[in-house]
Write a protein that binds this ligand. Structure first.
Ligand code: PDD
Length: 281
C-alpha cells in the first residue's frame, strides 16, 4: 500500500509525520473520508466543500490547492488499485514547537492521504444482517459540525458499543433525543414511511451521505422530516438506519438490547441504499 505524506508517495508501512505535528500533539486538524465505488470517488465536491468549511472554521490553511488535492486523492486511489473502498485525507495545522496557540504565520499545514480496498460484499453483508446500537449520553463539545480529528468521545463510545456486542453508539442529548452516531448520522422511518433525521445544526456533523440520501429520497418520492427524534420513537419506528461514507445506509435491528423493526433490515432502507449507488456521483 502507498500513502501520500506532505508531497511524497511512500510505502504505507513507512509513512510517518513529525512528532511535533499539531495533529499528533493537539488533535489540531480535520479530515474527510470518501467512498470509492467502481474506481470513482463518490461525492468528491461535497466532501471538499465540507473540508473547506472545517478548515476555515479553524483558520487552518489549505495544504495544497483544491485541484492539487483532487490530483493527489485520485493518484492515491490509483496507486493502491482501489476500485471499491475508502480514501482518507487529513489536514493538520502543521509542524511547530509545542505551544497551544497557533504557530507563526507561514507554518505549512500537513496533508496525509491514504486509501484502502473494501470488498462491496463485506458492506452488503452488514446491510443484510443489520446493526446493533447502544445509546450513550452526549459528552462532546458543541462544534461537532467541524469534521475534526479530535474524536476521543467518539472513540470511547465506539469501544463501549463493541464491548456490548454492538457496532455503533448514538449520542443522546439532555432532552433524550438522538444526536448522531460515533461515526454516522442517525435516521428512522416512521410507520407511514417518512424518513426522519436530525437537522444539521451545530449539534451534529452534516454528513455528506446524509445530504446525498436527501437527493435519493426525493427521486424515490419519499417524504423527509428534518427534526429531532427520541430513543423511544426510534424503538417504535418502522425502520431505523445509519448513514456514513463507510456504510452508506445500513439498517439497525437492535437498540440497547431491544429488537427494533422486527429485527429485520427494512425494505425502505435497503431500497435507499440500492438507489444511492445509481444516483451518487
Ligand atoms: N465518519 N457523524 C459523525 C460523527 C461522523 O464521524 C460521520 C462520518 C458522519 C457521517 O458523515 P459522512 O456521511 O460524510 O461520512 C456523521 C467517517 C466516515 C469516519 O469518521 O470514519
Amino acid at each position: 500500500r502507498i500513502a501520500y505524506v506532505n508531497g511524497r508517495y511512500l510505502a504505507h508501512s513507512a509513512a510517518a509525520v513529525h512528532i511535533e505535528d499539531r495533529g499528533y500533539q493537539f488533535s489540531d486538524g480535520v479530515y474527510e473520508m470518501c467512498e470509492i465505488a467502481r474506481g470513482y470517488i463518490i461525492d468528491m465536491k461535497r466532501h471538499l466543500d465540507r473540508l473547506n468549511r472545517s478548515l476555515s472554521e479553524l483558520s487552518i490553511e489549505w495544504p495544497v490547492t483544491r485541484s492539487a488535492l483532487i490530483v493527489v486523492m485520485r493518484e492515491v486511489v490509483r496507486r493502491n488499485g482501489v476500485r471499491n473502498g475508502l480514501v482518507y485525507l487529513q489536514v493538520t495545522r502543521g509542524v511547530a514547537p509545542r505551544d497551544h496557540a497557533f504557530p507563526k504565520p507561514g507554518t505549512r499545514s500537513s496533508l496525509v492521504v491514504t486509501a484502502k480496498r473494501i470488498a462491496p460484499s463485506a458492506t452488503a453483508k452488514k446491510a443484510e444482517t443489520g446493526l446493533k446500537i447502544i445509546t450513550v449520553p452526549e459528552n462532546r463539545w458543541d462544534r461537532v459540525d467541524i469534521k475534526s480529528v479530535s474524536l476521543l468521545p467518539n472513540v470511547l463510545a465506539k469501544q463501549q458499543a463493541r464491548e456490548a456486542g454492538a457496532q455503533e453508539a448514538w449520542f443522546i442529548d439532555a432532552e433524550g433525543t438522538v444526536k448522531e452516531g460515533a461515526s454516522s448520522n442517525a435516521w428512522i422511518v416512521t410507520q407511514d414511511g417518512a424518513l426522519v433525521t436530525r437537522p444539521a445544526d451545530h449539534g451534529i456533523l452534516r454528513g455528506i451521505t446524509r445530504t446525498t440520501l436527501f437527493d435519493v429520497a426525493a427521486k424515490l418520492g419519499m417524504k423527509i422530516e428534518e427534526r429531532a427524534f427520541s430513543v423511544a420513537e426510534a424503538k417504535a419506528a418502522r425502520e431505523v438506519f445509519i448513514s456514513s461514507a463507510t456504510t452508506i445506509a445500513i439498517p439497525v435491528v437492535d437498540i440497547d438490547g431491544e429488537t427494533v423493526a422486527n429485527g429485520h433490515p427494512g425494505s425502505i432502507t435497503l431500497s435507499l441504499r440500492e438507489a444511492f449507488f445509481d444516483i451518487a456521483e
